[in-house]
Design a protein around this ligand. Sequence first.
Ligand SMILES: Cc1cc2nc3c(=O)[nH]c(=O)nc-3n(C[C@H](O)[C@H](O)[C@H](O)COP(=O)(O)OP(=O)(O)OC[C@H]3O[C@@H](n4cnc5c(N)ncnc54)[C@H](O)[C@@H]3O)c2cc1C
Length: 346
Amino acid sequence: MGPTIFGCQAPDTGNMELIAHNGTDEQKEKYLQPLLSGEKHSAYSMTEPHAGEPGEFICAAKRDGDEWVINGEKWFTSNGADADFLIVMAVTAPEKPLLERASMFIVDRDTPGVEIVRNVHTLGTPLRHNYKLTGGGHAYIRYNNVRIPRSALLGEEGAGFVGSQTRLSGGRVHHAMRAVGVCTKALDMMCERALSRKAKGELLSDLQMVQQDIADSYIQLKQFRLHVLYTAWLIDKTKAYTREVRMEIASIKISAAKVNHDIIYRAIHLHGALGMSNETPLGEMWMAAPQMGIMDGTTEVHKANLAKLLLRDYDACDDLFPTYHLPKLIAKAQDKFEKVIEEYVA
Ligand SMILES: Cc1cc2nc3c(=O)[nH]c(=O)nc-3n(C[C@H](O)[C@H](O)[C@H](O)COP(=O)(O)OP(=O)(O)OC[C@H]3O[C@@H](n4cnc5c(N)ncnc54)[C@H](O)[C@@H]3O)c2cc1C
């Protein structure tokens, strides 16, 4: 509820950034302003049922006179069934290199041809909800000859994947910020429970293993929160998704999944049977925790990207032993100081 009340809910915030960075004046007036004021809601339609990897996308848009025609399938479009409009990533030049292959379009949800096949829900929601075509969920959408005007193109033609980074990068920071909120709440619950519940005559808060869990959670959350704040500060400072910024965003997206998992797990465990019940917010938090490692790029993909970006600062050592090999450093130091020492001793 919190993010929606304060207007920082996914997927709208990422889409706000996307339109703010890439939209025309007309698009900003028609879509961005109502998003900011909470009058409209949006969805981002990129992942396809057969692939989450952009190089594999096949949903395509072709030009026909003054219109674009979209055909294909998308899935896990969060809020897709309820949104007023969808931002759709579609292949517009399949023959081109990956970064020039796709474009983004703003499609009003009620455009003829937009078919909600199912409204897919996440773990724990009964399957029957997937057949109700409203009420949250992550829509499986079929675009059947969806005709939109040329003005629906968002950003440059062919710049979809590059442009999407403004959405995905910002969206990842927002996910991390929401994780700070959720984990803070979980730690608060943990502490209240530890001070209130007894086992064998002792308060849980007096048991060392409970204290260890509380301390570990506090440290993990504090470090994570500061890293998120640092990343947000860096974005404000650079006003661009530079390599340094992208490294920090990947790092906090990776940490968000781990911190969420670890702290919510400890909070549930400390609550015993109550933690496993559906009578606290913990159950819902736990069901949502693994999502953090999947949505907006999986942990493994972010780790691979982070390592690649980091490694650019280093050079290989072409000697048999590395530059920091101690015998080599001693020999080098001896070479450098031999004469000085000889003179000193003499
Ligand atoms: C709650 C939720 C909301 C979402 N909302 C949206 C949305 O609004 N719009 C949208 O377009 N999409 C959305 N998605 C989809 C999400 O972006 C994709 O699930 C994600 O990009 C992963 O793609 P995939 O599911 O096809 O997994 P796959 O790409 O099939 O990955 C499967 C597994 O393979 C691993 N893997 C893949 N590539 C590599 C690699 N290079 N190295 C190592 N391991 C790898 C992954 O880490 C993962 O464990 C959402 C997903 C979730 C869970």
